[in-house]
Design a protein around this ligand. Sequence first.
Ligand code: NDP
Length: 388
Amino acid sequence: MMIKKNYCYASLALCAFTTILGCDDGHFILPRDLTKKTRKTTKAKNPFDLKKVPLKAGVVPIVVLGAGPGGLSAGLYAAAQFDTVIIAGEEPSLLTETSYVENWLGAPHQLGADLIQKSREQAESAGARIIDSTVKKVDLSKWPFTITLDDGKVMHALALIVATGARPRMLGVPGEKEYWAKGVSACARCDSLFYKNKNVMVVGGGDGAIEQAVELARYAKEVTIVHRRSQLRAAGSMQTRLKSYPQIHIMYDVDVKEVIGDKKKVTGIKLFNNQTKKQEIVPIDGVFLAIGHRPNTDLVKDVLEADSLGYIILQCSTQQTSIPGVFAAGDVADPHYRQAIVAAGDGAKAAIDAIEFLETLGFTLAEANKLRTVSNVEQKEEKQTFEK
Ligand code: NDP
């Protein structure tokens, strides 16, 4: 019973349901169970009444926001059962910006962009419709949920999967963007193999910086943590880990001013000691940013329950968010693992949860077919009008 009412302020009906959402023997309570419980505890009407859902184009059984590994995997699984639309959004998947992915099961040494392209094709061949538009607004206060696109088009989702990812925070210094994936990275677990016997720097002073430094120390010759203050923010236990790695050094009171390169790759870094006020250029092969991440939750901020860092909170061991019918997958709900393959696993789970949610409401394949027929007819008519 941990859902706070203010996260679903916009809808009294959905709120009545979400406030009683909780774990039942390690699994979330489905709407069927909720209806039973609410009957006893509140007079709330069932906000998930399929009979009230209009049979028209624009009503989609499952809508997925985001086309990274989480969103595409969700689309692949969901489309096998019900019509599914994936809205790709304007932010490309982080994977398209990395170079080679070495830890994707069964497909070693794949370019991130190729992996995403193949995943898109796979999701589409399973029946998912991918729309390369940006979402302007999401209204979760009423069911079906309303999604407004940038071009004004409106979609109504019976189940929604949020897979909008997270972005590493950037320093905002010259060279950082130019050399992204050419020596600048935010994921040691993804890229440490490329730095065998090389010298690298990790920027930041939190647990993330220690974790990345330790990961890099497995391959790199020397790892230097560069921190802007005179003491690390990282937990004592994390700092103790550093003692077993003589190849990890720490530079305190240092600000990064520029990432320097030879147009192809990183060759050095410009540092400024904020105590001595001295500037120096240090030759380096790689720069790892560990100054935190920002989940892409602007569309659902203050509506879905989130932790202090803004990551969407999931219920029990499912991908269910604080609003029934809304699920999340990948980095947007994962402050810890942040791995493409984990996001893909989350996506599969979210799709299965969404399918179970719809089936529990009584949404059958027959209903889905009726909706598809209406949708096809309306789309055909719209096309003919347009062509006239
Ligand atoms: P944090 O927010 O904890 O730390 C970010 C670090 O980056 C801080 O030291 C901060 O400096 C520094 N920083 C922020 N902005 C800048 C900037 N513009 N220029 C230079 N330095 C900057 O992020 P983390 O990713 O490290 O951790 C996020 C959360 O995940 C934490 O709760 C952490 O405990 C957890 N985590 C746990 C792990 C584990 O237990 N194994 C591993 C990784 C993360 P300052 O200290 O001055 O603010």
